[in-house]
Design a protein around this ligand. Structure first.
Ligand code: PRX
Length: 658
């Protein structure tokens, strides 16, 4: 059975009273027939043709699902298509060339609108430039850019020529960039000179210069000049200016390369249970069909909408729901470079108001911050254009859910709490906003065709209300195809725990704990592995621990998550030092610096607690779960299995002193 300490911390204990979809919403919804669940059940897997039909195919597929080599599934086998064609050309052909594709709001108050025609022109020019640099089909291009339009443009340019992109979040460190480029054998990099942080120029290029020194392969680098005079930079050998390249290839067009449905569209690195990030591989056909379908069915996106997913394209949410999903459907997708509280705490509402945003999608960590700041900020603006609200990335408990529903949605917009992961590619659990009642604190049932099960350690379904492991039986189109690091790791990470290969029974294990109620609604409780979710970002405790133990003087470290009102979870580090290292302040500073260098500021610990020893079992295993309880001020269970039980009291005293 499952150990009571095995669950994540930020779990909503209760679900709030159910709410029905507002009738004004139901009348206009893309998907409103309740029979869709039944239809997907009886027609599975052919039901997924409904998703594939949202795309334009160069060649029709033969079969919807090939599962002969499970868990390496193939969707829409032998079909051919191009993602950039689907996001651009076909909208031009449909007479929508002057429709806004991207509306961008920069940190300094700048605004740019790209029509589908503008986007098409720039994507083609950059695709031509990439080809000229030598990028061939299947070469991995790394993109290390903040939220500027060149980021989605480059992604689509890669997709156009069949070169998978690997976007690395701009806030990650030089070392993290090196690790990802090395792992993907990537020889092409797109970055920028820098970007603004609260009005100051921040130098991104110097991070890249550091990375270049550590990379073994020759790399050709393209640099976007974001800061102009605010941060002059010089280009070295094999470095090219983005705008010069565009000028050189001005007006050029590149035929979209017809890709097999199973060809890789992109790679996305994410944290796993070991220190090594996992390179999650996504396909072209299944992925694009699934993101387009969920944008349509869950987010209710329509071509005439102004749609805003306030995430960063450096993570999967932005890939699926700022770039590929909305652009495949031909809508106007907003892109915001800044933070929600700069220059003021009403920034997002001012943008919603000015752009008359129809659909807004954000993370609970942001919603908790809005709630803390107060309802007066949204109240200053007209938010009546909003039709639907979404939440993603972490559990959302009933209080922020209700606040979002009332103060942003004016009780007129359904809220979809969408559960999914880098590996699932697109939303897998959510209510359908015109069909299902919403239960604040529960994400909802599996989407039509997605068979979600909450199981005990033996793989048996738990009773409604009981806690278990969140698994998915039967594949879905957006599922990751493998890990770039190898098929064995893919099997080991997701499939070994609950599958029975001898019986050809495959159950995907998400790494999350959950409860399921009698209506099939899932409440996600958090991770059960060594991954923590800080402000909706996945971090590996092992990766942080290894950055800490690299610091001179550190003997041992254990990192756990501590629940936090604002961030969901904070990073909490316990450290023991080697004899002779008494200057805790200096070691603490070195630890923070090293974590920032190895991963980035997002992994900065909230607290570094020094202890003479870490609590260990008699076999010498660090008791991380116990440390998690200590950090969270929870009552401790039986500590008799410890070799050094007295240490727990010392650690508690140390924390109380902080
Ligand atoms: O723990 C779950 C949490 O985020 C993890 C996936 O993180 P990542 O791959 O970075 O993707 C985030 C955006 C899709 C999950 O294992 N998570 C995501 N959405 C929810 C969630 N937890 C609870 N409720 C959600 N709606």
């Amino acid at each position: 059975m499952v150990d009571r300490n095995g669950w994540g911390r930020d779990h909503p204990v209760l679900t709030g009273s159910p709410r029905s979809p507002p009738s004004s919403f139901v009348e206009q919804a893309n998907v409103s027939e309740p029979g869709i669940y039944e239809e997907f059940e009886t027609e599975w897997p052919d039901c997924w043709e409904r998703a594939a039909e949202l795309l334009s195919w160069d060649e029709e597929y033969d079969t919807v699902l090939e599962d002969g080599n499970a868990p390496f599934y193939e969707w829409f086998a032998s079909g051919r298509l191009n993602a950039s064609y689907n996001c651009l050309d076909r909208h031009l052909e449909a007479g929508r060339k002057n429709h806004a594709a991207i509306r961008w709001e920069g940190k300094q108050g700048e605004r740019r609108t790209y029509t589908y025609r503008d986007l098409y022109v720039e994507v083609n020019e950059f695709a031509a430039a990439l080809r000229d640099l030598g990028v061939e089909e299947d070469d991995v291009v790394t993109i290390y850019l903040p939220m500027i339009p060149e980021l989605p443009i480059a992604m689509l340019a890669c997709a156009r020529i069949g070169a998978p992109h690997s976007v690395v979040f701009a806030g990650l460190s030089a070392d993290a960039l090196v690790a990802r480029m090395d792992a993907a054998d990537s020889e092409y990099l797109l970055t920028c000179d820098g970007y603004y942080r609260r009005g100051d120029a921040f130098n991104q290029k110097s991070k890249v210069d550091n990375a270049q020194l550590k990379l073994e392969q020759d790399v050709q680098t393209v640099v976007v000049d974001r800061l102009g005079e605010d941060l002059p930079h010089v280009l070295g050998d094999e470095e090219y200016d983005y705008h010069d390249l565009r000028e050189e290839f001005s007006g050029e067009t590149v035929e979209p390369v017809s890709r097999d449905a199973e060809d890789m569209l992109f790679l996305m690195y994410t944290s796993g249970t070991t220190g090594e990030p996992k390179g999650v591989v996504h396909s072209t056909g299944g992925y694009l069909a699934h993101v387009a379908w969920t944008s349509y069915a869950v987010l209710d996106v329509k071509p005439e909408d102004t749609y805003w997913c306030a995430a960063d394209i450096g993570w999967i949410t932005g890939h699926s729901y700022i770039v590929y999903g909305p652009l495949a459907l031909g809508t106007t997708t907003m892109m915001y470079e800044g933070t929600p509280d700069y220059p003021d705490r009403d920034r997002l509402w001012e943008i919603v108001d000015r752009n008359a945003v129809d659909v807004f999608y954000t993370a609970p960590t942001a919603i908790r911050a809005f709630m803390k700041w107060g309802e007066e900020f949204p109240a200053e603006h007209d938010l009546s254009s909003l039709r639907l609200l979404g939440s993603v990335g972490e559990p959302i408990s009933p209080r922020p859910w209700n606040w979002y529903y009332e103060h942003i949605g004016n009780e007129e917009c359904p809220v979809v709490d969408t559960w999914w992961q880098t590996e699932t590619g697109a939303v897998t659990i959510s209510t359908l906003p015109a069909i299902d009642d919403m239960k604040p604190g529960a994400a909802g049932p599996g989407l039509p065709g997605i068979d979600v099960r909450v199981v005990d350690g033996a793989g048996e379904s738990v009773d409604p209300g009981d806690t278990g492991y969140l698994t998915i039986t039967r594949p879905w189109p957006g599922i990751a195809r493998t890990l770039y690091d190898g098929d064995d790791r893919f099997r080991a990470e997701y499939w070994e725990r609950f599958s029975d290969p001898a019986a050809d029974e495959w159950h995907y294990f998400s790494g999350d704990a959950a409860r399921i109620d009698e209506d099939g609604y899932v409440t996600v409780l958090g991770r059960v592995d060594d991954v923590i979710n800080v402000s909706g970002r996945r971090l590996s405790t092992m990766e942080i621990e290894s950055a800490i133990t690299d610091v001179a003087g550190v003997a041992e470290a254990a990192v756990v998550g501590r629940s936090s009102e604002t961030n969901g979870t904070d990073v909490y580090a316990y450290v023991s030092t080697e004899g002779g290292y008494d200057d805790e302040t200096a070691v603490r500073e070195a630890i923070v610096d090293n974590i920032e260098a190895a991963i980035g500021p997002i992994a900065r610990p909230e607290a570094v607690v020094f202890t003479p020893e870490l609590p260990k079992t008699r076999s010498g295993k660090i008791m991380r779960r116990l440390l998690e309880d200590v950090a969270n001020g929870e009552e401790l269970g039986d500590t008799s299995a410890l070799r050094n039980p007295e240490i727990v009291g010392e650690i508690q005293a140390e924390i109380d002193d902080e």
